[in-house]
Design a protein around this ligand. Structure first.
Ligand SMILES: [Zn+2]
Length: 352
């Protein structure tokens, strides 16, 4: 019996810059407008029972805000609609009464001037809608990470060094920092010229200062860039991989600063990209799969596929790393991954 292991990398949950640009686009269209109707097509979408979603209908949008990687729409009766797009969920601005067609279409929010359509690709529905009342309801959904643009260096340093983790892990922990995920953390560490595996409590004050500047600069610049890209259009091209990124998703490509080949560390099924010359003093970092940073398997599911057998191993580490790997066993020599295998492996699996 031959086994081959393939690791599938997914595009990731939209991070702070994407969410900010979504919110700005929504403000232009729905702020001050009356939400006339909420249509929900997917039975998996709504995660709360009280207050009922009907309470949001007929009310006016008075505020929009971001909560980590969620979009919150506040109505004039202090009811909030909290949208988590997860990996494959996207928003679209359409003409009024745009058709909501399942399974891709999850929900439609009708306003007099148009319809906000919420879709999700793939067969596993992970996107979520919470309907909550007031600040109390919102804070129950808040993982607690600080907002880097509202923090000073001192607060940033205190949160960063509150435990001794690798920089990569600390930056992407939603309980420490709000809205930063796998893509922008790679970019931030490149800009700060720091190793993703540097330990937070071993950092020198000047390194923390450099990181703080890089976090704000990078997220700020990306927000501006995405704003320019969407201009007056509704942002439709939301992705975690952008060709303008310096290191993220650019394994083996030349570093834009020094031309050295971009490297990667794979741990669990996740991948971190960095430049050895700029970030680690030329040192190649070890693959962490099976090492300390590898989280335990929390669930293993098996899928029966004709002529072979595939298992999807679900590897949650921090919230937004969503991956699957599949092992294909076949009695007939080397089994090549089929389209069916890829379909199994490309299902988003985890909630944050
Ligand atoms: Zn470099």
């Amino acid at each position: 019996m031959v086994e081959s292991l393939i690791l599938i990398r997914f595009s990731l949950v939209p991070e702070l810059p994407d969410i900010v640009v979504y919110i700005e686009a929504l403000e232009k269209r729905i702020l001050g407008r009356r939400l006339e109707h909420v249509g929900i097509a997917s039975p998996f979408l709504l995660r709360t029972a009280s207050p009922p979603v009907k309470d949001a209908e007929g009310k006016t949008v008075v505020r929009l805000r971001r909560l980590g990687k969620r979009i919150c729409i506040g109505l004039d009766n202090d009811i909030w609609l909290v949208l988590h797009l997860m990996i494959a969920g996207r928003l679209h601005w359409k003409k009024r009464d745009a058709k909501l067609s399942p399974p891709r279409g999850l929900a439609a929010l009708d306003f007099a001037n148009g319809t906000l359509l919420w879709t999700e690709a793939g067969s596993q529905k992970r996107a979520s809608l919470h309907v909550v009342a007031g600040e109390e309801g919102l804070s129950a959904l808040d993982p607690g990470g600080i907002e880097v643009f509202e923090s000073d260096l001192e607060r940033f340093a205190a949160v960063l060094t509150s435990a001794n983790h690798t920089l990569k892990r600390a930056l992407t922990d939603p309980r420490l920092f709000s809205g930063i995920g796998n893509a922008y953390s790679d970019e931030i560490l490149f800009e700060a010229r720091l190793s993703p595996l540097a330990l937070t409590q071993k950092l020198k004050p000047e390194q923390i200062e450099r990181l703080f500047a890089a976090v704000r600069n990078n997220l700020g610049q990306w927000t501006d860039r995405l704003r320019q890209l969407s201009r007056d259009e509704f942002p439709e091209k939301v992705t975690a991989f952008r060709p303008e990124m310096a290191v993220h998703g650019r394994y083996k490509e030349p570093c834009p600063r020094c031309q050295e080949k971009i490297q990667r560390i794979r741990y669990a099924a996740n991948e971190t990209n960095y430049c050895p010359k700029c970030q680690t003093g030329g040192k190649l970092l070890a693959d962490r799969r099976g090492g300390q940073e590898c989280p335990p398997y929390t669930s293993i599911q098996s899928y029966s596929i004709p002529s072979s057998f595939a298992s999807a191993f679900h590897l949650p580490s921090t919230s937004e790393r969503v991956f699957a790997s599949i092992t294909i066993s076949s009695g007939q020599g080397r089994a090549k991954p089929s389209v069916d295998h890829l379909r199994v492996a490309s299902m988003p699996i985890f909630d944050p």
